[in-house]
Design a protein around this ligand. Structure first.
Ligand code: HEC
Length: 128
């Protein structure tokens, strides 16, 4: 095998080995056990409806908003609980402020919420 061919073969083998590793890294909705959402659409929805309170970095911009990146934080809650809280709103006793139903945008559909849910896990992980 020529040196060029050998180098190409090594590069191809490395690519095959690296792609699945990247797909399985933390912060992937599927690795959090969530499916049925389109994180790309979800990103657009997050940027228009959620970002004012939750921030692009998910750490929250105002008191009472949880940090989505926190280990053991709100993203460890079950998918059905998170869906319910996003859909109908939610207020915990410790927070001075409530999460508004559908982030305050009544036009968001169930699929929109699945998409943004997928974006949350893709971007901020599963709280683990
Ligand atoms: C007006 C501010 C505001 C907007 C806009 C907003 N949120 Fe929230 N969100 C909050 C607050 C405050 C909490 C914490 C409520 C509490 O713990 O009582 C919260 C909590 C949450 C939680 C955790 C719920 C739980 O069970 O602990 C999720 C998930 C969430 N928001 C998702 C979203 C998504 C997705 C959007 C956009 C569609 C959004 N939020 C828009 C203020 C907001």
């Amino acid at each position: 095998m020529s040196i060029v061919k050998k180098t190409r073969w090594i590069a191809a083998a490395a690519a095959v080995l690296l792609i699945p590793a990247a797909a399985l890294s933390a912060g992937n909705a599927a690795s959090c056990g969530f499916s049925g959402g389109d994180a790309v659409r979800g990103k657009t929805l997050y940027k228009s409806t959620c970002v004012a309170c939750h921030g692009a970095n998910g750490r929250g911009t105002i008191p009472g908003v949880p940090d989505f990146n926190k280990k053991g934080g709100v993203l460890t809650k079950s998918h059905s609980v998170l869906t319910d809280h996003m859909e109908r709103g939610f207020k915990s006793p410790s927070s001075p402020m409530a999460m508004p139903a559908r982030g305050g945008n009544p036009k968001l559909t169930a699929q929109d919420l699945r998409d943004v849910h997928s974006y949350l896990h893709d971007t901020f992980g599963c709280g683990r």
